[in-house]
Design a protein around this ligand. Sequence first.
Ligand code: ZN
Length: 109
Amino acid sequence: MSKIKKCSKCDAEKDISEFYLDRRKGGKFRAACKECIGKKGLEYRALNKQKRKAYDQKNKERTYKTKKKYTEKNKEKIRLYKKRYYQENKERIEALRKKNNMKKGKTKV
Ligand SMILES: [Zn+2]
């Protein structure tokens, strides 16, 4: 026994099997058909993806600006820190550099 139900979204009259059962509403069928709900889900996901991208982009700029500001403010400190770091880790850094150069095919020693 099949029943026909009209979708609230696309206005198409479809077989009841084309509608989802909503358990939260005490076993009633959803007003929109499976196809419309599926589309809505896709749209939502696409929209969310765009939002996420915009958010990342915005944050990226902000992080970059903050970093730049910090670098400018602490130029000397960073330079000294890098120098000291290099002095303290000279061997390790040189070994890493050698390894990286070898990876790139620059095998001049
Ligand atoms: Zn529909």
